[in-house]
Design a protein around this ligand. Structure first.
Ligand code: RET
Length: 237
């Protein structure tokens, strides 16, 4: 258990939540994105606080530590991040029920990915562990498919500027999210190539990129796209 990493994680996430809110757009249509992105590190700060204080840190019979707060964090924060992307793809438009359907499907797949990942980490029998791991990967591929297939096409139909913004955000998110199952695989919950401390630091770095860096990156891309669309509608008047 790495107390330093958890304390650093708590501090970064708490400060980042305030910084994302303070610097983010406060008018429609950026305000709701600002609120969503600021809530993500707040949840993570809570999870790191729990891990630092030893709440939900389970030691399995095999000696593998499992941090339940990490999975609780991911099961709330990843749906928020995905909801932001679905909303960006639709950009305040779409047929009735369409956005709700996509939100439901992507969040169900995503929560299944986290829950089955947790089951895999708790499963000590190798066969069950790897079945659950693969099932979690299948759900993850479903999420990636929705982002790069139908949602990308919907974003493209909203014009090249919003589509470029969606594509940039999805590209960063996909690259970073793909590293999580790899760290899990090589870590103590998987094939145990890296130590618990290394995996805690690796997840901390990934969390900072996926939650904090991504929030600033996505906000900058959105503001740029909105400025561009405003300039073009002003030109047409
Ligand atoms: C697990 C293990 C089982 C296989 C897969 C996983 C994927 C996890 C992901 C987590 C993303 C977390 C983020 C948190 C930031 O807020 C559960 C590690 C596929 C993709 C982005």
């Amino acid at each position: 258990m790495d107390q330093t990493a958890f304390t650093i994680g708590f501090s970064i996430m708490a400060i980042a939540s305030l910084a994302i809110y303070a610097t983010g757009g406060k008018t429609f249509p950026s305000r709701h994105h600002t609120l969503m992105h600021a809530s993500v590190p707040f949840i993570a700060a809570t999870a790191y606080l729990a891990m630092a204080l030893g709440f939900g840190n389970v030691l399995l019979d095999s000696g593998t530590p499992v941090y339940l707060a990490r999975y609780a964090d991911w099961s709330i924060t990843t749906p928020i991040l995905l909801a932001g992307l679905v909303m960006l793809a639709f950009h305040e438009q779409g047929k009735p029920g369409e956005m709700g359907g996509f939100l439901t499907a992507i969040i169900v797949l995503d929560v299944m990915m986290i829950v089955t990942g947790l089951i895999s980490s708790l499963a000590e029998a190798p066969f069950a562990k790897w079945v659950w791991y693969l099932w979690s990967c299948a759900a993850f591929l479903g999420v990636v498919y929705l982002l790069w297939g139908p949602l990308r096409a919907i974003a493209a139909a909203k014009g090249s500027v919003m589509a470029a913004c969606y594509n940039k955000n999805v590209a960063l998110l996909t690259v970073v999210w793909f590293i999580y199952p790899v760290v899990f695989l090589v870590g103590p919950e998987g094939i145990k190539i890296i130590t618990d401390a290394t995996s805690v630091w690796a997840f901390l770095i990934l969390d900072v990129i996926a939650k904090v860096f991504y929030a600033f990156y996505a906000a900058a891309n959105l503001e740029k796209a909105l400025r561009h669309s405003q300039r073009h509608s002003a030109d047409r008047v």
